[in-house]
Unconditional design. Structure first.
Length: 173
């Protein structure tokens, strides 16, 4: 569990409990502990039952973007590597990886992150503050995984210029 706890209002979190990846701003009853926007927090149901860990941003209507439903899971490099390996492995099984979307944000349990591959060039887009703070680590791991999979990359282009970033309290890059 992370030191900062986010408790939901009674009856809230239905979308998350049904498999969604977000906790909305109007579902939060209280926040206990100190945090900076983009920090990892633990989400608790209204009765204190732990629901998972994600990153918090007071600037966003998507108040918490969940990374895991396992509150004991530390969001470290090993965790990120496992998520990235799973995404790359799946793409290699189902599509031609010459030009494809390697990471689909929430669908790959890496909320707010999109990575497209065009031959040996990656295009990265970060739309969530918490993921934006992790993007250097994620990119390093992704390049290692792709190299190990025989998919070397010669260049990376970041295209984080969507207006959506302004809603997260971030600049367009």
């Amino acid at each position: 569990m992370y030191p900062c706890k986010v408790s939901l209002k009674p009856g809230s979190g239905r979308a998350f409990k049904s498999g969604g990846a977000w906790i909305y701003d109007n579902e939060v009853a209280r926040v206990e502990g100190n945090f900076t926007n983009g920090d990892l927090v633990t989400v608790l149901d209204h009765d204190g039952y732990p629901l998972g860990n994600g990153f918090m941003n007071l600037h966003s209507k998507l108040r918490v973007r969940m990374m895991t439903r396992n509150v004991a899971q530390e969001i470290d490099d090993a965790f990120l590597r496992a998520r990235i390996e799973a995404a790359v492995r799946l793409r290699k099984q189902v599509i031609d990886t010459g030009a494809c979307r390697l990471i689909f944000g929430e669908a790959d349990f890496l909320p707010g992150l999109t990575v497209d591959k065009f031959n040996d060039v990656l295009v990265l887009e970060s739309l969530a503050l918490g993921m934006d703070r992790m993007k250097e680590r994620v990119l390093k791991i992704l390049l290692e995984v792709l190299s190990e999979e025989g998919l070397p990359i010669r260049g990376v282009y970041e295209r984080s210029d969507a207006k959506e970033r302004l809603k997260e309290g971030m600049e367009r890059v």
